[in-house]
Design a protein around this ligand. Structure first.
Ligand SMILES: [Zn+2]
Length: 303
């Protein structure tokens, strides 16, 4: 069973769950099937983490489980609402005749994933560089353990900005609503994989796909050190931007995660919604840095 999870969990999520979502979206079936697939993906995420945990203590709630459930429900509802509103946007803002409607549906989804990956990755990078955006993104970086379900945990306003940047070019290109529904499921599945506490393996693909082995480096708490591996679906943009970082020997504990400059970030849902708008939600100068730097350490950004 552990071997099955180690090598089969990622293919199950990327090929079986996403594949089923693509089939549902292509067929025009009820969108409730997509909610069912999202629920299946979340359940699979928890099962994989219990069968093959990277850290056993990261499977134990850190007073964060109910809060993360609220984040997930709010954020996924927002996502579905945005997709439902897409026809209005494409009706007024798309360039006719650009979207490749004649491509096989699965390739249309793949193209949408790659375009969205660029936009979302760039907003993510900007969120570590621009203080006003960091205030919002800090909510997501307050986590003290990595487990699949808290991939969906972020400030709804920040998610909206990321989604807008990822989807805006697609809207211009005339993204069909059916493709957008499939894309929305792919994003949620990717976030579950990226933050997963399952100790799965993908071989050399770990330096191409933005999965948990690389993403843990992104959650290192130190200013500068954690400003790496921004990609959502792929690490291609990180390789090109020089923000890729990986060390196969590195192991992580809760002490490594979070924000060194904000060790007492509020944990409640409503408090997290409000924190970016409080005075203390800002970045501070002179932020703590580690004694020994990671392999590469870009200039400190906005932490
Ligand atoms: Zn980040």
């Amino acid at each position: 069973m552990r071997t099955l999870v180690r090598y089969g969990y990622v293919p199950f999520m990327l090929l079986a769950v996403n594949g089923a979502g693509i089939a549902v979206a292509a067929s025009g079936s009820s969108k409730l099937w997509l909610l069912g697939l999202l629920s299946l993906a979340i359940a699979a995420s928890f099962v994989a983490e219990r069968v093959l945990p990277y850290r056993a203590d990261w499977n134990i709630p850190h007073d964060d489980d109910r809060r993360d459930a609220v984040h997930a429900v709010v954020n996924e509802t927002l996502t579905l609402g945005s997709v439902a509103a897409l026809p209005v946007l494409t009706a007024v803002a798309s360039i006719d005749g650009v979207w490749p409607h004649d491509w096989p549906f699965v390739l249309q989804v793949l193209a949408a994933v790659l375009v969205a990956d660029l936009g979302i990755t760039l907003v993510h990078l900007a969120s570590h560089r621009i203080p006003a955006l960091w205030r919002l993104h800090a909510v997501h970086h307050s986590v003290k353990r990595a487990y699949g379900f808290n991939g969906l945990m972020k400030h709804p306003l920040h998610q909206t900005l990321e989604t807008a940047a990822g989807v805006a070019p697609l809207v211009l290109l005339g993204l069909p609503t059916s493709v957008a529904y499939a894309l929305a499921l792919c994003v949620a599945v990717q976030l579950l994989l990226q933050h997963s506490n399952a100790d799965y393996r993908v071989g050399p693909l770990r330096s191409v796909l933005a999965l948990n082995q690389a993403h843990r480096f992104h959650h290192l708490k130190w200013s500068g050190v954690g400003d790496v591996n921004f990609g959502l679906f792929t690490l291609v943009w990180d390789h090109l931007l020089g923000t890729y970082s990986y060390d196969p020997e590195r192991r992580f504990t809760s002490d490594d995660l979070g924000m060194a400059a904000k060790p007492h970030y509020p944990g409640g849902y409503l408090a997290q919604l409000a924190e970016p708008f409080r005075r203390r939600g800002a970045c501070t100068a002179d932020e703590p840095r580690p004694e020994v730097a990671a392999k590469r350490m870009p200039d400190p950004a906005s932490r």
